[in-house]
Design a protein around this ligand. Sequence first.
Ligand code: C2E
Ligand code: CA
Ligand code: CA
Length: 718
Amino acid sequence: MNESPARILVADDDPRMLDSLRELIAPHGHEVGTAGSGAEAIAMLERRHFDVLLLDLMMPGVNGLEVMDFVNKKGLDVSVIVVSGDTSVDSAIRSLRRGAHDYLRKPYAPEVLIRTLENTLKKRMLERENRTIQGKLQQSEKLYRYMVNSSPDIIYMLDQKGRFTFINARIEKLLGYRPAELIGQHYSMLVPSEDMEEAHYAFNERRTGERASRNVEMRLKCRDRARSPRHFDTNTLPIELSAMGMYVVPEGSANKHYVGTYGVARDITERKHSEEIIRYQAFHDLLTGLPNRALFKDRLKLAIPQARRRDRLLAVMFLDLDRFKVVNDTLGHVRGDELLQLVATRLTGCMREGDTIARVGGDEFMILIPHLKRREDAAQTARKIIGELDRPFMLQGREVFVSTSIGIALCPDHGDNMDVLIRNADIAMYHIKEQGRDGYEFFDERMKVKFSHFLSLETGIRKALEENRFELRYQPLVDTSRATVVGVEALIRWHHPTRGMLAPAEFIPHAEECGLIVPIGNWVLEQACADLKSWREASAQPLRLAINLSALQLAHDEVDSITAMLAAHGIPGDALELELTENVIMKDIDNVVKKLNRLSKHGIRIAIDDFGTGYSSLSYLQKLPIHTIKIDRSFVNDMRSDNTQTSIVNAVIAMARGLGMNLIAEGVETSEQLAHLRALGCEVMQGFLFSEPLPAHELMEALRRGDFVAGLSGRGAA
Ligand code: C2E
Ligand code: CA
Ligand code: CA
């Protein structure tokens, strides 16, 4: 049963004894060495390994007991069987004390000696196996311990009462507690009181498998402030907790027995930070730090009923700088930005706490004053603002003058809902601007007549639909790493009979307001599908078509008409990508989720357009079947190596990657932007650098010539 023969050393000063022992043992397949004295035995043991030593006790010179002392001192792994003529109990005891394995008296029966020898060898083998198994166990335990302790996540176990029975070393890095301090403590000592309810559910998780708690977000308390300088809320750590019940089946029982909870907590500081940045910029203008339109509307919505309850007036002001464009054109972009920042500072200085100033466009601001006693108070504030902005600004050592026009709408006098108030303040502002003077003016119903072109726009759109005056332009989406065009985005234009070619900004918002976006959208879908069909027939290139969808279109039951349109043109679902803005999604989230799920069942892909300018929240993104995120061009535009925009682009890219979504950067105009985006890991791009939106046939020709990717081919595939 041994793989290699056992090595036996026989030590006896009687040569006949040596011979007879060798003859007895060798036929059993063992290798036998002989030593005629104690000294010779020691020399041989030193030279090589033996499994068993058959040792005579009484030898001249170095005796058997001394050989055993040597074996022990050296820690040799040899089993000693004493074969001795000394029949005294005393010598037997002395040799057993020195670790002899067995004790045989001379003369011995040969079969007894062989049996003793084989027993000893067998025992040695078992011991050796045991040792390797134990070694392996220790090894694997060490491995698991290593894995658990070097995990980037906190891994813990709780007993039935919620007390820690195990926690890995990671806890110390993240929360500042040593694992030993926490063993036996209740988990609640780590949970801030505000999060106790969530914690209660997750930490007491008894379910297992699919139904167990997954990724519950909460915070854990850090030991002290000094230890955790990297978290923004320095006292707590945001985590995502997944937990499940642990069960054992006791011997002799058929039932599982709950013994506690096992869980993993992941540090999500980084992700929270990205979300924070994205959320901040979703509600703020990054240049001036002022609230943006979305936040302004949010505040206005809350302020209207409040003002009504307190029986106060509320003022919405629309403010436009009169000579800003001149400054921008003569002194340049950078000075223009500087001027806007200075204006923002002065405006802030004019207002009281509780008022909101928002930057809503290039040189446009909106102001909300939530409670006023009299109309005159609003006028006074407007005069104060005008006075402030009339003073010169210093730019590059030069005095620069801007003046301002302010339109004011009061609630309830000029409207009692958000959109009406904003529109009326806007109209009042245009009214004063048209008269060519700066100053302020309150809204008046009579002003509306002047703006009746808002109305004629609606008639115009109807006519344009009838007369087929809309046209689609297509802009390529370029995969810069593979130097291929992966898709095209359809963008609408209007050949207006008197005003020339109109961009969507001039009529889409209005079409959305009056509902005409639905027929326009149908026209776009039909035309784009027809164009795509002919491209697919003319070329093997698998182009994807991106189409913009408005909120109203989605509210209208579009799913069936979209799938019918695709079927009619023989276009597979996954060749269509619908672009929606976050605001469209958030408007009616429950309904939208249902529709998007139905669309994606047909293979149709969904993209978030203008990402980062709306209400961005990871939690809703995760719930939706979204394939693509389009980074808004304002970020790409302002991207420089060292500013916040870069970190937002970074955050967006990291997030999209984390969610496994495709990324497209919009509005790429320069090769620096291209290089920068690629360095950040965003490879699909759209923008004037590659092409403006082109009429269908021009796009096809350019595609055939490989125009859009000509400059890229040198870069080669990634
Ligand atoms: P969008 O979906 O963000 O479309 C991209 C816009 O950026 C297009 O403006 C495009 O011409 C412009 N653009 C592309 N590359 C660059 C660049 O490198 N630099 C700059 N500065 N701009 C670039 P466009 O065609 O004026 O469309 C404006 C918006 O109108 C679109 O924004 C989209 O939201 C909406 N829109 C366009 N067509 C449709 C449509 O068929 N239906 C609906 N509902 N909305 C549409
Ligand atoms: Ca778009
Ligand atoms: Ca966009």
